[in-house]
Design a protein around this ligand. Structure first.
Ligand SMILES: [Zn+2]
Ligand SMILES: [Zn+2]
Length: 241
């Protein structure tokens, strides 16, 4: 019944910009003005961690950043679709906390071009970064799970949504800096069914990559449980200063 009602409303009413509400041509999209404020990540960026270079001259040593040159990460490749600027931050906050779940359709579409390098390496299964049970109850949905579902629809890669779990409630990462972030989430994740990920190439999906601490900790858990490789794909990325 609800589906029918939604269908009727959607066909009668014109689609609106997800940010400002202005009438637009296609559903789950932005108007021209809002779209202009989105900063898509384009080359040059580090071909391993995906960090955008400030300018061409910074793109040294075969497009690998100093950080990736100096040490090997547990993840294979990291990619993000857009920069976490003010406009994207507002969208992500609405998506996360204000039930604006339709954003997942738009965001998944944006993430598709950022996925191309990873796709070439091969992916067997998509796994979202989980929330703790406590936070999930409060928020009622996991934004990363919504993204993973939409991304699976676009790529036809299967998902394993409830295998990686967060077993320990932690303070929000946004309240901490640098090393404290790593410590905060150490051993916070577990795999329920390791046999399902053994030998698999995993695509880990989340909304925002800040320092990468959460993604790294999830990747460690997955690799420890037998995953062959872990690549990460996020909607947005906070640029290091
Ligand atoms: Zn708009
Ligand atoms: Zn790098």
């Amino acid at each position: 019944m609800m589906h029918l009602l939604k269908y009727l409303i959607d066909t009668i009413l014109p689609p609106r910009c997800l940010v400002c509400g202005k009438i637009v041509l296609s559903p789950h999209s932005l108007c021209e003005e809002c779209f202009q404020k989105v900063d898509f990540i384009t080359t040059p960026y580090c071909k391993i961690c995906g960090m955008p270079f400030e300018n061409q001259s910074q793109a040294v040593a075969n497009f690998v950043c100093p950080d990736c040159l100096s040490h090997k990460h547990i993840t294979r490749l990291n990619r993000s679709a857009v920069l976490y600027n003010d406009c994207v931050q507002n969208m992500v906050l609405a998506f996360k906390f204000a039930d604006k779940t339709l954003f997942s359709k738009l965001f998944a579409k944006w993430m598709l071009p950022a996925f191309s390098d990873i796709q070439k390496q091969g992916i067997d299964v998509i796994i979202p970064v989980p929330l703790s049970y406590k936070r999930l109850i409060k928020r009622r949905y996991n934004q990363a799970t919504l993204l993973a579902k939409e991304f699976s629809k676009l790529t036809h890669i299967e998902t394993d949504l409830y295998n990686l779990i967060k077993v320990r409630h932690t303070k929000p990462q946004a309240q901490m800096h640098g090393h404290a972030r790593l410590k905060n989430i150490k051993n916070a994740y577990q795999i329920k069914y390791p046999e399902r990920i053994k030998g698999k190439r995993i695509l880990l999906i989340d909304d925002v990559m800040t320092t990468g601490a959460t993604l790294t900790e999830c990747a460690k858990t997955l690799i420890k449980a037998g995953a062959k490789s872990v690549d990460t794909l996020t909607l947005a990325r906070v640029k290091k200063n």
